[in-house]
Design a protein around this ligand. Sequence first.
Ligand code: COA
Length: 477
Amino acid sequence: MAKPKKAAKAKAKAASKKPARQVLKLRAKKPAAKAARRIGPSRPSAKPWGQAGRALDGVRILDFTHVQSGPTCTQLLAYMGADVIKVERPGVGDITRTQLRDVKGADSLYFTMLNGSKRSITIDSKHSKGREILDRLVKACDVLVENFAPGALDRMGLTFAHIHKLNPRMIVASVKGFGPGPYEDCKVYENVAQCAGGAASTTGFRDGPPLVTGAQIGDSGTGLHLALGIVAALYQRQRTGRGQKVLCAMQDGVLNLTRVKLRDQQRLKHGPLTEYSQYGEGIQFGAAVPRAGNDSGGGQPGWILKCKGWENDPDAYIYFITQAPVWGAICDLIGRPEWKSDPDFATPPARLPRLKQIFAAIEQWTMTRTKFEVMETCNQHDVPVGPILSMKEIAEEQSLRATGTVVEVDHPTRGPYLTVGNPIKLSDSPPDVRRSPLLGEHTDEVLREVLRYSAKEIADIKASGALSAAEKKAEAA
Ligand code: COA
């Protein structure tokens, strides 16, 4: 009896030592933890929710972005309260102002829907005076965001070393097509990234070519990634006092969104992908992840099924998920209660080789109802389904207007238009969704209020041709 007592004592002693070491470790970490706590005021604001300003109030962004990827990022930051100053080429502006134009003489929806809540200033970045103004902007801003072709920013003289020297707190955020490596100098657009990031090879039907998706995962997806990187860098700057480079390659962004397919690529080594319908159809898998049609990317099999009216309406379809916990409810709904106990259908593994047969039976039922009727009935039984909503239906959907996800804004030259508001809802930071600026609309305002140029200096700048295309020609001549 004495021995176990001794052993227990020794154990207790050892155990009592462990926490002591842990305490020491915690103590060692304390200064860092304290420093983190010092960021911002120590007491919570007493202001009512939504009246304590916006999340990014006080952050000023030098927005050198164009087309879609970069503008997506800066628009989101503007919605969250950042002061976004978009620098555009005099007389031309962002190329999308005139692309896909639907209203003669007015900025296109391509532009207006990606540049809301920003200010626009025109500066010729290759003009000596223009360079001087840009340097002043660098000093006055917190973040520079750009998505030029590789090397373009450096060719303007805005190397990271130059920027960092002028303003060590500046965060320089870039979208590029590819990260460092063999393709780093390539220009890239949306679909190039969808293909190079692995999305296209895994999208579409097995017997068809690779397919790109309508969702702009290369452009808007990478813009979203960049916004997160910028906010993280701003947070780190609170501790370090210095800016840094933030780089998002479109290939990387697309791959991040296609990660489930890289998961499947590794699973292939261990056998067929049983949730892919080609498994049930007895078709061999090759060396790479195949296109999976409308198979669900997760562990719950799903497919797109016809609904009432599909003969005339291309969107009369619904995505139906045969989630295991509600299998019984599905069997009852579609009039196949016997499948609940039939060993060929009762368990998820038994169903995997029979998915085609199962979805054909469910479709017989969905075809008797509209997609909205199917949704209503299924949701009563917790069966997850997704009606295929057309863009017309989304534009008219009142609940999306109510939440501010779809917003109507007015525009001086094109009239009212719909835009996508902030999809990220912050309970203490109401979104600031306003129309896009006209080309150079805020040039004077920014020179005067942000850069503190006097009226005389502004007149001189204008005369120099640094802000206007026509005068630039005069300078060249
Ligand atoms: N004043 C004077 N010149 C200006 C200017 C200004 N205010 N703003 C831009 N420019 C010039 C740049 O200096 C550059 O000139 P340079 O090539 O002589 O140095 C040029 O305009 C911009 O070039 P670039 O970015 O190559 O435009 P592009 O239309 O040829 O290419 C992309 C467009 C999108 C293919 C390219 O910018 C790119 O690959 N970007 C990175 C990836 C990306 O974001 N792609 C998605 C876009 S949605």
